[in-house]
Design a protein around this ligand. Sequence first.
Ligand code: FAD
Length: 467
Amino acid sequence: MPITTQYPKKQKTAHYDIIIIGAGSVGCAIARKFTLEGAQVLILEKGTDILDGASKGNSAILHTGFDAPPDSIEQSCIADSYQEFMSLRDKLHLPLMKTGALLLAWTEDEADQLDGILKKAQYNNVNDTQRLSAKVILNKEPQLASHLKAGIYIPKESLIDPWTTPFVYMYQAIENGAQLICCCEVSNGQFDGEKWQLETSQGKFKATTVINCAGLYGDLIDQQLLGWSAFQINPRKGQFIVYDTPANRLIHSIILPVPNKTSKGVLICQTIFGKLLVGPSAEDQDDREDASVTTETLQMLQKKGEELLPALVNESINASYAGICPATQFKDYQIHYHNKKNYVSVSGIRSTGLTAALGIANYVFLQLQKEKSIYSPLDTIIYPKRLNQIAECETRDWQKEGNQGIVCHCERATEREVVTALEDAHLPVNSLDALKRRTRVTMGRCQSFYCSARLAEITETYFKRPI
Ligand SMILES: Cc1cc2nc3c(=O)[nH]c(=O)nc-3n(C[C@H](O)[C@H](O)[C@H](O)COP(=O)(O)OP(=O)(O)OC[C@H]3O[C@@H](n4cnc5c(N)ncnc54)[C@H](O)[C@@H]3O)c2cc1C
């Protein structure tokens, strides 16, 4: 059976209003925004599925922006996005765990920095933060190490589903008329003064405006299409260790460190999938793809975790992973509108892009719309039906009747949800990675040892590369 890479399978259009390069968290949100505003949108993604770049591995925190660089594009996009996420959450069935965060000082030196962090939070309009004593914090989180000095409570920091959230943005875009083509790498393009023609691995596509959301390849796409780039991507890897489900009883809040000059530091938090996360590291590297983990770094994370949360010594580690973020030489996001070329570069979305995606989409839309008001919003907007929920805070398919039994016992993913993901009308999966992001199969303790045989049978004719 030929593998579909075009969603929906309708006829391609001769000319689009907007072509978005890249379907990461940011591309998905921008596709949704422009589609609902009435533009004809095409998204070109080189991976077999959406979320194949930086967006596939992160900490999944919905940030308030309390610590974002003041007066930055990042801070304003986070603030806008946070509000919009909250207002869309019920309509789009987006899971959320309202955990709150504790930013903790473990030395006197770190404690001295807390007032400055509080001031920054207030400047950024995150006014509900408060300084807490070690005693109050240990009452709240009794498993933390007792050498704690003091901390700041940030009540609105939360956890979200890193995959379902952008997936729903893209799903809504497609249901309202956008088109997505996967396995489609943009290699070059020309602008004739009015429109773009992009060259890709699946032929040529025309559009009035191009939006570059290529994440780790943002600078290279700018160089190919514009001939230059205002920034350089400096990939930064973050490794994580994931503790098995029983460990997630040990803490309830997101435990943040006092940040250092180069990174936000190692955090500890639950995941929306019911595990406990320690990480990330922050390693600058040249390679844009190498998301391998190393024993040395994982041991460093384990030691750090046990230092702050001693009871972790008795817990078992379930998995490890790494994400790579598109950092640049600048602190702020790199969003540049080249109005004479009908081109927007949306790059350098480093450590907060999952949170800020809706705000970035609004920001980019306003940039374009303030030049020329060309789109008129759809009269009727379709909201996707409740999609399969993989977050532990939602009712999972294994808890419902008629699920055809469990395929992945570690993660309790059912045969019905696997088949539904494979046969989805709008965005079916065609790789094991994609199936994992829709159902959680293979993510558990056995790391696919028990479920891969059955999964190979069920998915036999569906994947680009069979299991
Ligand atoms: C360790 C770590 C922890 C993080 N934690 C958080 C967090 O807790 N909260 C939060 O909000 N954010 C977090 N982030 C940040 C967040 O993950 C990123 O900001 C976000 O994923 C960036 O998304 P993007 O869409 O810009 O890039 P990407 O996800 O990289 O998307 C770009 C897409 O473009 C495609 N592409 C590239 N080149 C081409 C081409 N030539 N043709 C077609 N397609 C192309 C790629 O395949 C990819 O799918 C974290 C990041 C890391 C690494």
